[in-house]
Design a protein around this ligand. Structure first.
Ligand SMILES: [Zn+2]
Length: 480
């Protein structure tokens, strides 16, 4: 049988392919034998035959224009469009609203996204170089997804993560991810070819533990800096490192005036319009601002009698200011406290706890422009037996869980259990539509929606299952 060898070289990548009749197989990448278990060949941008019936080779070199077997045109194995990505906490500035993205759902027209074959309690991150990572928070394992072959690559163990899901946030760096672990903050760089990943931790020998999610801050020149609050024997400090350099993390002191060493229980970070970064906790909040290339961090205590509700993501008002839900123990009511770099500026009483995404908030099945909007008391709908857990805003409506047989946000947050729910869309035009019935969720942090490679994906950690709605989206044109 005739066998020939094709070599392509560009952008510091050398590909060696074998041809036997019309079949092509990738043999080597950079002179090393290609192994699908360790090498992510998405970087080669392979192509497949546009005729689905033609299955001689699963993919061909990107340098070919037509299928060597049938002559049909070749198409990229990677998704046709890049999508914005929403983490459980939204984009870097906490936004979970994609006003230019319309998703076309067909009822129950979903598939399943294959998960890594081991581990669970995954968190998903799309890095700056468009790589999907799965971080197994239960056992500390790292995986990356190869779109071309539809398989996960196992990279190995990473430091443990004991932070609760609402406190934990992985921030995507240009070529990796910044995460908060029990061994302090880590920056993890995942290679394209080969399994070995790099971890950069704090340079000092002290034992550090990260106590809030990792944030990513960008300066005017788009240089990114990763930050995370850490605890050591000497107290609380702010760890940080510029993403573009190879330097280890450094730690700077946090001004802890007024702090008596309480357990802070910080939540995931949020940015207000990109300038300041906040972590809220039970006892107070930390405000960070970059000044002359260095983070300046200060801790502020909540007002007397107030306890923070860090499990709840802050509400963002239309001017970009952030408000954290707190409980006033003296007057027995919930309130939203405005976070600012110079301390507490304002607070507003509300009727109950709200679940917020961006500048919308929800209590029971009601949507609020501002949580303190009047006339929508919690007991206003005592007959209601379901509540809305917002997931994502699209241009055609709100994607949410209808949590059945539970009408109180507080109970849903405080009592993890098996809640029956269904995935619905509240359309901008045309009312409500159920997209998926018969789901189960344990808490508001059990489900995660992420957009990747032309699909919208719903992952439920307690079931370790991922539903996917591929390709059915439209990008809105500027005219609309
Ligand atoms: Zn073909």
């Amino acid at each position: 049988m005739d066998k020939s060898c094709w070599i392509f070289e560009a952008d510091n990548v050398k590909e060696t392919w074998n041809q036997v009749e019309n079949r092509f197989d990738l043999e080597k990448v950079n002179d090393k034998n290609y192994k699908k278990e360790t090498d992510n060949i998405d970087l080669l941008q392979p192509q497949r035959c546009s005729d689905v019936a033609c299955r001689v080779s699963p993919y061909y070199p990107r340098y070919f224009k037509y299928c060597p077997n049938c002559g049909s045109s070749l198409i990229s194995t990677l998704g046709p469009n890049k999508l914005p990505w929403a983490s459980p906490c939204g984009t870097l500035d906490g936004n979970r609203s994609f006003s230019n993205l319309k998703w076309v759902f067909g009822k129950d027209s979903h598939g399943y996204f294959k998960l890594p074959d081991r581990g669970g309690q995954f968190a998903f991150v799309v890095t700056g170089n468009e790589r999907l990572l799965a971080i197994d928070r239960a056992h500390g394992q790292l995986f990356s997804f190869c779109v071309t072959i539809g398989e996960w690559i196992y990279h190995g163990a990473i430091p443990g993560i004991k932070l609760p899901p609402w406190a934990w946030l992985a921030s995507p760096c240009p070529d990796g991810v910044a995460i908060s672990t029990d061994e302090g903050p880590c920056w993890i760089k995942v290679p394209d070819i080969g399994q070995d990943f790099r971890v950069i931790t704090l340079s000092e020998k002290k034992t550090y533990r990260a106590i809030g999610g990792a944030a990513l801050w960008e300066d005017v020149n788009h240089k990114q800096i990763a930050l995370a609050p850490v605890l050591s024997g000497e107290g609380l400090s702010m760890a940080w490192r510029p993403c573009s350099q190879e330097n280890p993390w450094q730690a700077v002191e946090i001004n802890m005036e007024g702090f008596a060493g309480e357990d802070l229980k910080l939540n995931a970070p949020t940015l207000n319009g990109g300038k300041d970064i906040f972590w809220s906790g039970k006892e107070g909040f930390i405000a960070v601002r970059m000044e002359q290339g260095l983070p300046k961090a200060k801790f502020y205590k909540w007002d007397r009698g107030h306890k923070g509700c860090p499990e709840f993501a802050p509400y963002r008002d239309l001017s970009g200011m952030l408000w954290q839900l707190c409980y006033d123990n003296e007057d027995n009511h919930y309130c939203f406290v405005q976070l600012s770099h110079s301390g507490i500026q304002d607070s507003k009483q509300v009727d109950g706890p709200h679940l917020c995404i961006g500048n919308k908030s929800f209590m029971t099945d009601k949507e609020y422009e501002e949580p303190w909007q009047e006339g929508e008391a919690l007991d206003f709908y005592p007959e209601k037996l379901s509540l809305v857990q917002p997931l994502l805003y699209l241009s055609n409506g709100l994607l949410y869980f209808e949590v059945q047989n539970e009408s109180k946000v507080r109970s849903f947050v405080e009592n993890p259990g098996n809640y029956s729910c269904r995935l619905c869309i509240r359309k901008t035009v045309g009312g409500e539509e159920v997209l998926k019935e018969g789901l189960l969720t344990k808490s508001p942090w059990d489900a995660e929606i992420f957009l990747f490679n032309g699909s919208l994906n719903l992952y439920i950690a307690s079931q370790n299952k991922c539903w996917t709605w591929p390709g059915k989206y439209e990008e809105m044109s500027n005219q609309q």
